[in-house]
Design a protein around this ligand. Structure first.
Ligand code: FMN
Length: 348
């Protein structure tokens, strides 16, 4: 996919995810072949006020490029000022969040609430595009408010007319949140109606499925959110299918261990050991989500405080899996809950 100066070839995109797509996780996904990654959403207001908590989410290193930053806001003037600040970071894309369904966001007319007013969305996009100069602006959209009020075609067109370089379509409505089946045919319809690149998003968990969705919808790339949690391999496997036609399959337990360690090392390079271990706990659980014994791991990891103990626990868990120690299999249940519910972000 090409958009302005940005060219990610045939590669996939890591979605913005609050409290997840920090530098360490973005680097891991990049190592495994993501073509573009995003910071989590930051508030335009926070950017302008130089709020510490906002700015720290935006920090990225040169090795992480190409990288996109995502901004949340509703007033064109505030978004313009925020973009004026954001361009100093020299990101490769500045994305407008038009998809967050959380009520704490929508009640301020931001996120997926922007979908209700196509005219205002156009005004926001045009202002951001002017302020961004030669940095591409993208918009992340949902299909509309609900199944009776799908207005993705109008919103996609207004983004294009006002200078957006590409759009990302999360193929669900605001009221659908995360668990419903994505309505991918809408992405195909959008693709027919506009010329700028279209990125498809929504419950893409398997590399072969991504290939099929890209083919069926004609989308230019796919954005992966939950499918990348504990699974940066989704990027390398997709790239392998694209390049060789063959899926190398799931990683070995030793490869999972080495990713856990690398990911932890990336975290420890940015924060102290305790903070890094705490941050890594959810990731380690996700890395092992396809294996039996997940409840053992969740139980034990809670009390881990040092890197050495973490390695011991991972070794013990791998050993238990190899020796078929776990009799009770709750992986299906865990995976269902994981795929249905957004644990950290959504407000219900
Ligand atoms: C934990 C979590 C945090 C998220 N944070 C953001 C965010 O900051 N900005 C955004 O546009 N979408 C956010 N999303 C939505 C994802 O980017 C994505 O659109 C959505 O999860 C659908 O993709 P999936 O079905 O592959 O998970 C978040 C999703 C999750 C699971």
């Amino acid at each position: 996919m090409k958009a302005g100066k940005l060219d990610i070839g045939s590669k996939l995109i890591l979605a913005p995810m609050a409290e997840i797509t920090d530098s360490a996780f973005r680097k891991i996904c990049r190592d495994y072949g993501a073509g573009l990654t995003f910071t989590q959403m930051v508030s335009a207001d926070g950017v302008i006020k130089n709020n510490f908590n906002t700015l720290r989410y935006l920090v990225f290193s040169r090795q992480e490029k190409p990288i996109g930053v995502q901004v949340l806001g509703r007033e064109p003037e505030i978004l313009k000022n925020a973009v004026n600040e954001l361009i100093n970071f020299q990101p490769d894309v500045i994305d407008l969040n038009g998809g967050c369904p959380a009520s704490k966001v929508c009640k301020f007319d931001m996120g997926a609430k922007l979908l209700d007013d196509t005219f205002q969305l156009g005004k926001i996009v045009t202002t951001m595009v002017k302020a961004a100069g030669n940095i591409p602006v993208s918009v992340k959209l949902r299909l509309g408010k609900n199944n009776k009020k799908i207005n993705i075609i109008e919103n996609a067109k207004v983004c294009e007319e006002n200078g957006a370089s590409f759009i990302i379509v999360h193929a669900r409505t605001r009221e659908d949140k995360y668990s419903s089946q994505p309505l991918m045919h809408w992405v195909g319809e959008v693709k027919q109606k506009i010329k700028i690149p279209v990125v498809v998003n929504g419950s893409l968990f398997e590399p072969a499925e991504i290939v099929k969705v890209l083919k069926d919808t004609g989308a230019d790339s796919a954005m992966i959110a939950r499918g990348a949690l504990g699974n940066p391999f989704i990027f390398s496997r997709f790239n392998a299918i694209y390049e060789t036609g063959t899926d190398p399959g799931s990683p070995s337990l030793q490869e999972i261990k080495s990713v856990c360690l690398k990911h932890t090392e990336y975290c420890t390079s940015e924060m102290d050991e305790t903070a890094a271990i705490n941050k890594m706990k959810k990731h380690i659980i996700w890395y092992f989500k396809e294996y039996k014994g997940i409840e053992f791991l969740m139980d034990k990891i809670f009390s881990v405080k040092t890197f050495n103990v973490l390695i011991e626990l991972i070794d013990e868990h791998i050993n238990n899996i190899d020796n078929e120690f776990y009799k009770n299999d709750t992986t299906e249940d865990f995976r269902r809950k994981f795929n249905e519910k957004v644990i950290f972000w959504s407000d219900n």
